[in-house]
Design a protein around this ligand. Sequence first.
Ligand SMILES: [Zn+2]
Ligand SMILES: [Zn+2]
Length: 339
Amino acid sequence: MRAARLHGARDVRIEDVPAPKPGPGEALVRVRAVCICPSDWRMYVDGHAGGVAPDRPIIQGHEFAGEIVAFGPGVEPSRPGLDVSARVAVEPSWPCGTCDLCQAGRGNICRNVRFPSFPPVDGALAEYIACPISALAVMPDILSFEEGALAEPLGVSMHAVRLADPQPGHTICILGAGVIGMGCLVLSQARRAGEITMVEPVAARQTLPVHRGVHQVAASYLELVQRGYEADIVLECSGDSAALDQAVRLARPGGRIVVVGIPRDERITFDMSIARRRELTVVFSRRSHETIVEAVDLLASRRVDFAELPMRRYALEDAEDALIATGRAGEALRAVVLP
Ligand SMILES: [Zn+2]
Ligand SMILES: [Zn+2]
């Protein structure tokens, strides 16, 4: 099959590699759409993720949807509609199911979690990928494969908003109006949160939240702080290395911060004195957790409508261009590769 493999920093090659064989408990999926995550871009630019570099060329891509073409040996499709030719979205965090954390119902922080796009598991920038059937959600026909690929980042927002647990009337500040921030906006609205503010410095990204009914969009956190603004809950979705410090300044005493964005720097600083005096709760959020079915349902219900998010499309041959475009915060919210 054709695949885009990362050989090192800024080195993506389109190659012929053997198609994966689905194992027990797995389905073989013909990939139809892969959205490029900012974390893919960072891995592409740096050649490593969080200081860990792949020990072999790796296929990237973890936000994807496609069609089931085969099942592994002995797999009995366990859910209605989960058959050959079913259109599926995929939750790319694959827990072991047996460790203490999986047993405690926290599979997203499984000790042995597998994640496509990091060894030993190749990602989806290829024609085929083998996936555990437990990670699949059947998509109705009204959803495009591109929308299906966005079910993963929506699931990340869903997990973050669950951790934030906004109550009716809570004021919320969301840092970053990318896909994750937009997901947090609509999910917070659905929970009848109070006034929601977004901070987004990129002008091209400031209009969509306004269309979605956000109360205000600020170009910088500073203008909010100078006005004496404070929020019950701050959701950090920008991945900026300065954002945790900004979140601390934006949270009201007793407030809660949920950190979703992944900063490029492995060590960051924040104002400890403010955080302590305000007795803030800071929660770090890891990927998504059993959210894919609900995310697909939400997208299909159009209560969360991602069909109008600005996307730019690329062929598999141009996967490197899609990665490069993801590093330019601009008009498109996601580059999507159609293998
Ligand atoms: Zn992602
Ligand atoms: Zn586990």
